[in-house]
Design a protein around this ligand. Structure first.
Ligand SMILES: N[C@@H](CCC(=O)N[C@@H](CS)C(=O)NCC(=O)O)C(=O)O
Length: 205
């Protein structure tokens, strides 16, 4: 069995998968496919992810793409206690993972791109403000969910927390004001300080 390959530079959605793999203590090779330099569009890479996007993995011949699907698979297969096995908890893990992609990812990216990521002359402050406005409703939902135990499911950090926090890291990087959502603020800061997240972070590379 060859070493698992995780395709995608850390400064991309591959961060989510690198964080997961680090939590699980996996021995992997990070192949630095980039979203903007053409390496994601070569025939060799399209054979791994026909969408030409990152992240993707090759785990002993299983080629998988979509960041949330990859993380759910890794957590379940290489379980280190982060995967909750009851049908109810599994369903809630899916719920939060789908929710963050549907409700949070797009506005969080709009804020980050238009405040920091794009060259200054291409940033649109109105789009950034609109993104922050759209984040208010999901942030409120999240804050309420975290109020009881400080975690999304049960009373310990699990895959649901990782998946949601990994997407919300864009909102934090985009300096979204979280002061009205103290539970989110505390939980997100602590999650992103986990050694596995710090190790996966593009700031290190
Ligand atoms: N829904 C996908 C989105 C993947 C995605 O769009 N990745 C970006 C980098 S963060 C990319 O590869 N973009 C290249 C392109 O769209 O051509 C996932 O979560 O894995």
């Amino acid at each position: 069995m060859g070493k698992m390959k995780i395709y995608g530079v850390p400064m991309s959605r591959a961060f989510r998968t690198l964080w997961m793999a680090n939590e699980l203590g996996l021995d992997y090779e990070n192949v630095p496919i980039h979203f903007a330099d053409g390496t994601a569009k070569t025939p060799e890479y399209l054979a791994i992810n026909p969408n030409g996007k990152i992240p993707a993995i090759d785990d002993d011949g299983l080629k998988l793409w979509e960041s949330m699907a990859i993380n759910l698979y890794l957590a379940k297969k290489y379980d280190k206690g982060l995967w909750l096995t009851s049908p109810e908890a599994e369903a809630q893990t899916m719920q939060w993972s789908v929710w963050v992609m549907a409700e949070v990812e797009k506005p969080a990216l709009a804020v980050l791109m238009n405040r920091f990521f794009r060259p200054e002359d291409q940033r649109d402050p109105i789009a950034a403000a609109e993104g922050e406005k759209q984040l208010q409703a999901p942030l409120k939902v999240l804050d309420q969910a975290l109020a009881k135990t400080g975690y999304l499911i049960g009373s310990a950090f699990s895959v649901a927390d990782l998946n949601v926090a990994s997407v919300l890291s864009w909102a934090k990087a985009g300096r979204v004001d979280m002061s009205a959502y103290p539970h989110v603020d505390k939980w997100l800061t602590a999650a992103l300080q986990r050694p596995a997240a710090v190790k996966a972070s593009p700031r290190r590379s």
